[in-house]
Design a protein around this ligand. Sequence first.
Ligand SMILES: [Zn+2]
Ligand SMILES: [Zn+2]
Length: 126
Amino acid sequence: MDATVALCPLHPERPAEGTCSRCGTFLCEGCRRWQVGRMLCLHCHTVALGEKPSKRATLALIFATVGFIGFVPGLVGLVLGYQELAAIRRGAAPGSGEGWAVLARNVGWFHMAMLVIIGLGVALRG
Ligand SMILES: [Zn+2]
Ligand SMILES: [Zn+2]
């Protein structure tokens, strides 16, 4: 047996095609499950589906949305979005919040850009 090839723990005859992004277990082609671009094992996929997005993911999205009124709350959404994404990558927050966190981050960057443009406009005029 080639020691450099990782094998699926459930199917020792199959080579691992990757690892679960949540628990790190080796996965063969048949064991792989996908969720928002992440490779997960069957167990973690089931767990992830049952999870609700964290409070921070919800807050990030709310702030990002409220940012359309005055841009500044959007920056809070931007920061929360980044924090939430980092937590999801560490496995400290449910993966179901990833879509919201990404949205909050992207919308937050839009608000940031608007503030810079407005700020520049004021600076040039003043
Ligand atoms: Zn897993
Ligand atoms: Zn397998």
